[in-house]
Write a protein that binds this ligand. Structure first.
Ligand code: SAM
Ligand code: SF4
Length: 330
């Protein structure tokens, strides 16, 4: 088992299968995009499978596939089929921008371990959606949302709170939960955008997001969540769905963290805010055995920082976070 020095057991791996994306969300990358890793430096699916198997043998039961946009990578669905067959892995979740997934939904439905699909949709207004993503995919993504529900997927919506852009849509998103059995999650914006902190922006942290909701509703019910939950969850009385606030930047959820990450190029991350503690690719390409790797992970886990602030302080390359979320996996 992987247990860190604060007694937190690691059961959840987030794996970025690519750093490439077909959208250009303003909070994630600059308009011209980012410099992608060379293809040869991205882990192969075989290497990723090997790593997932190692972690499952060390007690990981839950996997999230993310990116970049996972469905941009060729043969991603075949990769999911292989992951679905790993003994001991209980749950596979996917985070996607929803532009390319629709034609795969029946196949995904047949894979029993696929549990939840997190769909990123930051506006319910077509023009604003284009402004945020710098692409015109609103109809496709909204249609995907309806398809996901029709086909019975557990569906969560990721909504990054962008000051002066979509914060006036909080109520519209909550109103979606009236009839739809979905979980809408409002995410604090972080400076993972390829540039760094925006100076002029108003801060929409969890307190401000909650007070905006409180101004609009009198019947908010606080829900009990698992200790490792990344969101504080609520619902409006008699609404079918729920909503949550993800304090991604305030980092008040670190105490229950059960997560580790691997980036597309094989960087092992113990925290979203660290800058990668070791690149696993050379180990994989020099044919390290599962036993070698498991021993390595067992030792590395001791370095998991107490929280995201500690992780940020210990960064080696750039002190302030500024890398694109597309390279680290959200
Ligand atoms: N392309 C997929 C998508 O957008 O869902 C998966 C990768 S994306 C990096 C994963 C999640 O990170 C998305 O929900 C996205 O909104 C979120 N994200 C990206 N940049 C962010 C930032 N600077 N602050 C907060 N969340 C961010
Ligand atoms: Fe692409 Fe997702 Fe980043 Fe948007 S948030 S640019 S969809 S990786």
């Amino acid at each position: 088992m992987l247990v860190d020095k604060f007694g937190r057991q690691i059961t959840y791996l987030r794996l970025a299968v690519t750093d490439r994306c077909n959208l250009r969300c303003t909070y994630c990358m600059p308009a011209e995009g980012i410099v992608y890793e060379k293809r040869k430096d991205i882990l192969t699916y075989e290497e990723m499978l090997f790593l997932v198997e190692c972690f499952v043998e060390l007690g990981v039961t839950k996997l999230r596939l993310t990116g970049g946009e996972p469905f941009v990578r060729k043969d991603f669905v075949q990769f999911l089929v292989k992951l679905n067959a790993i003994n001991g892995l209980e749950e596979i979740n996917i985070t996607t921008n929803g532009t390319l997934i629709a034609k795969h939904l029946d196949k995904l439905k047949s894979l029993k371990k696929i549990n939840a699909i997190n769909l990123s949709i930051d506006s319910l207004n077509k023009e604003k959606f284009s402004q945020i993503t710098r692409r015109d995919s609103f109809e496709t993504v909204f249609e995907t949302l309806n398809l996901l529900l029709e086909k019975g997927f557990k569906t969560k919506l990721n909504v990054v709170m962008i000051p002066n852009v979509n914060t006036n849509e909080i109520k519209d998103f909550i109103e979606l939960t009236k009839e739809k059995n979905i979980a809408v999650r409002f995410i604090e914006e972080m400076p993972f955008n390829g540039v760094g902190k925006r100076k002029e922006a108003e801060v929409w942290d969890k307190t401000k997001i909650y007070s905006e909701i409180k101004n609009n509703y009198t019947s908010i019910i606080a829900l009990k969540s698992e200790k490792s939950s990344t969101s504080n969850n609520y619902k409006i009385e008699n609404y079918k769905g729920i909503f949550g606030i993800i304090p991604a930047y305030t980092r008040t959820i670190c105490g229950g963290c059960n997560r580790i990450r691997i980036t597309a190029k094989g960087q092992f991350k113990l925290c979203l805010f660290d800058d990668g503690i070791l690149n696993l690719r050379p180990f994989l390409r020099q044919n390290a055995s599962k036993e070698d790797l498991k021993l390595l992970f067992y030792k590395l886990i001791d370095n998991k920082p107490k929280n995201g602030f500690e992780a940020e302080k210990q960064r080696k390359k750039t002190i302030e976070v500024s890398e694109s979320m597309s390279t680290i996996g959200g």
